[in-house]
Design a protein around this ligand. Structure first.
Ligand code: SF4
Length: 279
C-alpha cells in the first residue's frame, strides 16, 4: 500500500542570495551584492501555493532576508494566508524599529547563529569582525521587543570543544532553543571539508549532544534540538529515534530561487531538486 504523503511541517524560503557576512560554511554561498531572483509578486505567488498546500512554519532565509526592502510586506502576507513566519538572520538591519515592524507584521521568531562562545572564534568563522557583537545586540533588542529567538550553531572540528560553552551561552542569553547543526559541505562549505567530523568523532559529538539534551530537561527554559544529522555517517541518538522530525529532510521542504525559478528541495543541503514551486 502506498504510504500517505507527509506534508512539510517546516518550509524554508531562500528569498535572496545577498548577505554582508562571508561565513566559511555558507550553504547559499551568499555575496554582498546582486539582484534577487524573485520579485515581490513572484514571492507572494510561491507563498500562496505553499499555504494552499499546508499551513506550516515558513522560514525566511537567504542570504540575509533583511537585505530585501519588501521583507515586511512578505512577512505580513505570509501570516495573512495562514503560514507561520519566522526568520533566520545574522542581525543585519535589525534595529528596534525593524523588529517592531516585523512583530506587527506577524513574525513569530528569529534564529540567530553563534558558531563560537566568544567574539574571536565566531567572527573568524563568519569572516566578519563584529558579527558576535551584532548577535549580542539583536538578542537584547529581541527580548525588549518581545520576539522569541533561538540560537543555531554549526558544529565543526573548529568549535566542537566549545559545544557545551555555546549551549550554556544560548541558555544565558534567554534563547527558547539551542539548535546545533552539523556542517554539511555544500556552498562555501565545500571548501572546508577538512573541518567535517570523521565517523568516530561524529559519534562522540552526538553522544555529547544527547548528554546536553538530557541535562537540558532539568532546565526547560531552553530546549535543545539537533537539526542536521546526516545518517550516512552516524547512528541516530536515542533522542533522534524518539523524535523522527529531528534528522534532516523529514517534514521539511526548501525553496531555492535561482534565476526566477523556485526549486523545491527536501533540504538546503541536498542538491537534487524535488519539484518546482508555482510562481
Ligand atoms: S549569515 Fe547566513 S547567509 Fe550570510 S554568509 Fe553567513 S551563512 Fe551565509
Amino acid at each position: 500500500m502506498k504510504k500517505p504523503l507527509v506534508k512539510p511541517a517546516v518550509a524554508a524560503f531562500e528569498i535572496t542570495g545577498r548577505c554582508p557576512l562571508k561565513c566559511r560554511h555558507c550553504r547559499a554561498a551568499a555575496v554582498a551584492d546582486g539582484a534577487d531572483p524573485l520579485d515581490t509578486a513572484a514571492c507572494k505567488a510561491l507563498l500562496k501555493g505553499l499555504a494552499d498546500y499546508c499551513r506550516c512554519v515558513l522560514i525566511f532565509t537567504g542570504g540575509e532576508p533583511m537585505m530585501r526592502d519588501d521583507i515586511f510586506e512578505l512577512v505580513a502576507y505570509s501570516r495573512s494566508i495562514g503560514l507561520r513566519p519566522v526568520m533566520a538572520t545574522c542581525g543585519e538591519r535589525l534595529d528596534r524599529d525593524a523588529m517592531r515592524r516585523l512583530k506587527d507584521a506577524g513574525l513569530l521568531s528569529f534564529s540567530f547563529s553563534l558558531d563560537g562562545a566568544d567574539a574571536a572564534s565566531h567572527d573568524a568563522f563568519r569572516q566578519s569582525e563584529g558579527a558576535f557583537e551584532l548577535v549580542m545586540k539583536v538578542v537584547k533588542t529581541a527580548k525588549e521587543v518581545g520576539i522569541r529567538f533561538q540560537i543555531n550553531t554549526t558544529l565543526t572540528r573548529l568549535n566542537a570543544d566549545a559545544m557545551e560553552d555555546i549551549a550554556a551561552l544560548a541558555v544565558k542569553l534567554g534563547a527558547a532553543c539551542w539548535n546545533p547543526f552539523i556542517l554539511v559541505p555544500v556552498g562555501r562549505g565545500e571548501a572546508i571539508r577538512q573541518l567535517l567530523f570523521a565517523p568516530d568523532e561524529y559519534e562522540v559529538v552526538l553522544e555529547r549532544l544527547a548528554e546536553l539534551k538530557k541535562n537540558a530537561a532539568d532546565r526547560p527554559a531552553a530546549d535543545l534540538r539537533p537539526a542536521v544529522c546526516p545518517r550516512r555517517t552516524a547512528k541516530k541518538t536515542p533522542e533522534c529515534r524518539q523524535n523522527p522530525r529531528l534528522p534532516c529532510g523529514y517534514g521539511i521542504c526548501f525553496y531555492q530561487s535561482p534565476r526566477r525559478r523556485a526549486d523545491v528541495r527536501l533540504s538546503g543541503a541536498i542538491r537534487g531538486q524535488s519539484g518546482r514551486g508555482r510562481i
